[in-house]
Design a protein around this ligand. Structure first.
Ligand code: PBG
Length: 337
């Protein structure tokens, strides 16, 4: 058809193109009217680090702008974040002492539990207070669980510690627990322990889909990780999609109140599939390496920082995330208001 018209040298006026998608992009008002994806502060969750015994906030070099807080600076930054409108806070503890079984995670005086108590006292139910329910920050070998005699991560022995850790976090005031260790059965065991101890309203945001990713690099600095090997015997193979749906199904059956896909940026296909399959809300974790990548490029003047950040977060919402954990939560909220 087109070839024929060209051959006759006729004008395209009124004939071609019949369809003009550009029409709806003509003005800001039109673009706003047909915009499909919302990004609101309440959909953003701020991950925060608190270091035991710190007398001043410590910068994390691979995550410019992110710090290991003191108990006091954590409290202040948490209040600021809540005022900025973020939907929740996810707290990670950095202990001073570590051991083989991660005792500091269960101890009511361990840094994470102490910080949760501080924040719940300060903020009450004004925000959603979340806790990382995992041993890697607390073990001297850096694995997410306890080890067996041959040095492998012992799934069922770890579950017993997770159960105690979960109860300690619920008692400290967390509204939602985030089991991130990828042990089989972790959601069911934690749900059971919470119910048995009377914490029926403490929820579980399950890290159902968590890949063994290189993008966690900066996080390992953020929590002074002691890990020397990798987490491939418990985290998922980046090439696999099917097992992600199986993990979600199992976690929902075990009682997950919400599920998570992590990392997010290289796994938007998985996020989309999760959003379609999940009967519960879906979170995406915009992780440390994704943050560092954008910050480094922007610092070099290679990317427009604000546009890139908003595009990254919008893509996760478009892929199906109901909520996004992001180190940019507070700053992005200020741009969205
Ligand atoms: C495990 C945990 C990790 C992250 C969140 N929870 C690290 C890991 O699995 O190695 C990574 C978050 C990030 O990279 O921003 N407790």
């Amino acid at each position: 058809m087109l070839g024929e018209r060209e051959a006759h040298g006729s004008s395209l006026d009124g004939v071609f193109p019949e369809h003009r998608p550009r029409r709806l992009r003509t003005t800001t008002a039109l673009r706003r009217l047909v915009s499909e994806t919302t990004l609101r502060p309440r959909q953003l969750i701020l991950p925060m680090f608190v270091a035991e015994g710190a007398d001043a906030p410590r910068p994390i070099s691979s995550m410019p702008g992110v710090v290991q807080h003191t108990r006091d600076s954590l409290r202040k930054a948490a209040v600021d974040a809540v005022r900025a409108g973020v939907g929740g806070l996810m707290i990670f503890g950095v202990p001073q002492r570590r051991d083989a079984v991660g005792s500091g995670a269960v101890d009511e005086n361990g840094i994470l539990n102490v910080a949760l108590r501080d924040l719940r006292a300060e903020l009450g139910d004004e925000t959603v207070l979340m806790a990382d329910t995992c041993l890697d920050e607390f073990t001297d070998h850096g694995h997410c669980g306890v080890l067996d005699a041959s040095g492998g991560v012992d799934n069922d022995a770890t579950l017993k510690v997770y159960a105690d850790m979960a109860v300690a976090q619920a008692e400290a005031g967390a509204h939602l627990l985030g089991p991130s260790g990828m042990m089989d059965g972790q959601v069911g065991v934690i749900r059971h322990a919470l119910d048995e101890s009377g914490h029926i309203d403490t929820g579980i945001l399950a890290y159902s889909v968590k890949y063994a990713s290189a993008f966690y690099g900066p996080f390992r600095e953020a929590v002074d990780s002691q890990l020397t090997g990798d987490r491939k015997t418990y985290q998922q193979d980046p090439g696999n999609a099917r097992e992600a749906l199986r993990e979600i199904e199992l976690d929902v059956a075990e009682g997950a109140d919400a599920i998570m896909v992590k990392p997010a940026l290289s796994y938007l296909d998985i996020l989309r599939a999760a959003a379609e399959a999940s009967p519960v809300p879906v979170a995406a974790y915009n992780i440390s390496g994704e943050y560092a990548m954008v910050e480094a490029a922007a610092a070099n003047g290679w990317l427009d920082r604000q546009r890139t950040i908003l595009e990254v977060l919008t893509s996760m919402r478009r892929a199906g995330a109901d909520m996004i954990l992001t180190y940019w939560a507070v700053e992005a909220s200020s741009w969205l208001d």
